[in-house]
Design a protein around this ligand. Structure first.
Ligand SMILES: NC(=O)c1ccc[n+]([C@@H]2O[C@H](COP(=O)([O-])OP(=O)(O)OC[C@H]3O[C@@H](n4cnc5c(N)ncnc54)[C@H](OP(=O)(O)O)[C@@H]3O)[C@@H](O)[C@H]2O)c1
Length: 264
């Protein structure tokens, strides 16, 4: 038997932010394999459409809607339902995955616009999406919020002050939300990955692929599918089981700053 118990996900509707690549795209494919319906959101339409096509091609996949949406744009978030077909309005799982880090500058040298954009997506966007969905979850007395935190939300490191602050905010928000919902059937999960090789580091280093590659040099990092498996596993537990937190590392990473790089 698959650990996913896909029968629990069959016909469920999953909304994924940041679904145009990396962890979000891998998660969409895995939910599709379990027969779930999908609402895929991201800013880059072309990349998003490619993911939607791949998801639709999965045998047994449910219905799929792909909508261009910037989670940091409050108007776009408020108008989301207008872009979603009626048949997908009853969302069962919200995966708040959209997020990024920009730069490794130290405090004093960080551009204000970088501070703002990281907070706007990683924190305000995640909060706006959760507020939108949670009202509906409460009315329907069902639902699951899965937030993608980070090792950076557990352990601050030099050169990551703003990103670490945003992911600590995600951790605090997720913990408060879980406590608020203790008297409901709504589940709240935070998944905290260590190093995952996606476009994440390329974006951090502003397109410098060789700087990004150095992050993973000498060790085997996680791949997007590893975290997708954790997300789908958490979503497919029996309704009385809430996976509150999952901290997932490559085997040769022990903390944000301690890795063994001789093994690859
Ligand atoms: N990779 C790692 O090592 C790592 C470790 C810990 C945690 N994480 C977290 O995992 C999540 C996914 O990252 P990833 O590794 O899959 O990186 P990725 O490959 O760069 O994917 C990030 C996704 O987020 C989307 N996104 C970014 N800003 C957005 C916005 N304002 N509105 C909507 N979508 C937005 C991007 O799509 P568009 O550009 O098309 O909008 C993209 O689909 C992030 O929250 C990240 O912080 C990653």
């Amino acid at each position: 038997m698959s650990v996913f118990n896909s029968s629990r996900l069959l016909g469920k509707t999953i909304l994924i932010t940041g679904a145009s690549g990396g962890i979000g795209a891998a998660t969409a494919l895995l939910f599709a394999k379990a027969g779930s319906n999908l609402i895929l959101l991201a800013r880059r339409t072309e990349a998003l459409q490619k993911v939607a096509e791949a998801v639709r091609a999965v045998p047994g996949a449910g219905k799929v809607a792909a909508v261009q949406l910037d989670v940091s744009d409050k108007t776009q978030v408020a108008n989301l339902w207008k872009a979603i077909p009626n048949e997908l309005r009853n969302v069962d799982v919200l995966v708040n995955n959209a997020g990024f880090v920009l730069g490794v500058e130290r405090v004093g040298a960080i551009k204000e616009e970088d501070v703002e954009s990281m907070f706007q997506t990683n924190v305000f966007g995640l909060v706006s999406m959760t507020q939108l969905l949670i009202k509906d979850f409460k009315e329907r007395k069902t639902g699951h919020v899965i937030n993608i935190g980070s090792i950076a939300g557990r352990e601050p490191y030099a050169g990551g002050s703003i990103y670490c602050a945003t992911k600590h905010a995600v951790n605090a928000f997720t913990g408060a939300l879980m406590r608020e919902l203790v008297d409901t059937p709504i589940r709240v999960t935070e998944i905290q990955p260590g190093m995952v090789e996606t476009e994440f580091s390329i974006i951090r280093f502003r397109g410098d692929k060789s700087a990004a590659d150095k992050v993973y040099e000498g060790l085997q990092p996680l791949v997007a599918e590893d975290i997708a498996e954790e997300i789908v596993w958490a979503a497919s537990r029996p309704p009385h089981v809430n996976i509150a937190e999952l901290f997932v590392l490559p085997v040769n990473q022990a903390s944000a700053t301690l890795s063994y790089r001789g093994g690859k």
